[in-house]
Design a protein around this ligand. Structure first.
Ligand code: NAD
Length: 246
């Protein structure tokens, strides 16, 4: 129970990698607040399942693109459960296309969700973390940020932005005992990867040293490690979890 009573806020927690992260923190005794954007039924199902197991969790409706909504949602959560101890910026979208054909709404949607969403959440949790002189922030980036993926200029820019945000913010708040790190997953089996054609997924697998796609829990376990005191000397880093992509 490494997170007993700690308040953890996970964006995009109803499905995929976020869902696995929520489950791991709930198993470890945290009060897990997780957001959903549109899939209310999946979010409420997860909440009910965890509550029935005697765990502590609450689904929160939130579009992380909205600065005002994010500040209000985190403020309301903190009033009800106490200030956020751990923030996981996991919400993310793709909207692929070659840049010469990519229209502005696709660019804006991906940057606003993946990068500005993280800024919004960090801004909302930092005042209380700074005054408590304690906190952890983990940003879910992507291996695409480092490799550059075809048809994903918007996504790669947003995820590379998260790595820069992680390093810079870490320098700003490390002295306040707040650890900011990132994780760059490779190809993980979720709805996001389902959008990729089977033929392309096969090409991905051929590049993975261990010969298979990743499972959501294999990312969640690294999140838990990074959020725990076992990672007490890790600041501003990006940990790659990709099965050894070559
Ligand atoms: P997913 O599509 O299953 O989940 C994304 C989550 O983000 C969903 O719960 C969705 O509701 C939420 N979300 C989207 N827009 C939002 C918004 N505006 N406000 C609030 N929530 C919003 O995808 P996933 O694969 O579980 O992705 C989770 C994170 O991991 C994303 O940041 C993604 O970029 C990253 N990632 C995924 C992979 C992969 O292979 N699946 C690889 C590298 C990085």
């Amino acid at each position: 129970m490494r997170f007993d009573g700690q308040v953890v806020f996970v964006t995009g927690g109803a499905r995929g990698i976020g869902n696995a992260i929520v489950r791991r923190f709930a198993d470890e005794g945290a009060v897990v607040l997780f957001t959903y954007k549109s899939n209310e039924s999946a979010a409420l199902r997860l909440e009910a399942e965890l509550l029935a197991q005697g765990k502590r969790a609450k689904a929160v409706a939130l579009d992380v693109c909205s600065h005002v909504q994010t500040l209000a949602a985190i403020d309301a959560a903190a009033r009800e459960f106490g200030p956020i101890d751990v923030l996981i910026n996991n919400a993310g979208v793709t909207e692929d296309g070659f840049l010469m054909f990519m229209e502005e709404p696709s660019w804006d949607k991906v940057i606003d969700t993946n990068l500005k969403g993280a800024y919004n959440c960090c801004k909302a949790v930092l005042p209380s973390m700074i005054s408590k002189r304690r906190g952890v922030i983990i940003n879910i980036s992507s291996i695409s940020a480092l490799a550059g993926a075809l048809g994903q200029t918007n996504y790669c820019a947003s995820k590379a932005g998260l790595i820069g945000l992680t390093r810079a913010l870490s320098r700003e708040v490390a002295g306040k005992n707040i650890r900011v790190n990132a994780i760059a997953p490779g190809y993980i089996v979720t709805d996001m990867l389902e959008k990729v054609p089977e033929r392309v997924r096969q090409q991905f697998v051929e590049k993975i040293s261990c010969g298979r796609l990743g499972e959501t829990d294999e990312v969640a376990k690294v999140v838990i490690f990074l959020a725990s005191s076992d990672a007490s000397y890790i600041y501003g880093q990006t940990i790659i979890v990709d099965g050894g992509i070559i």
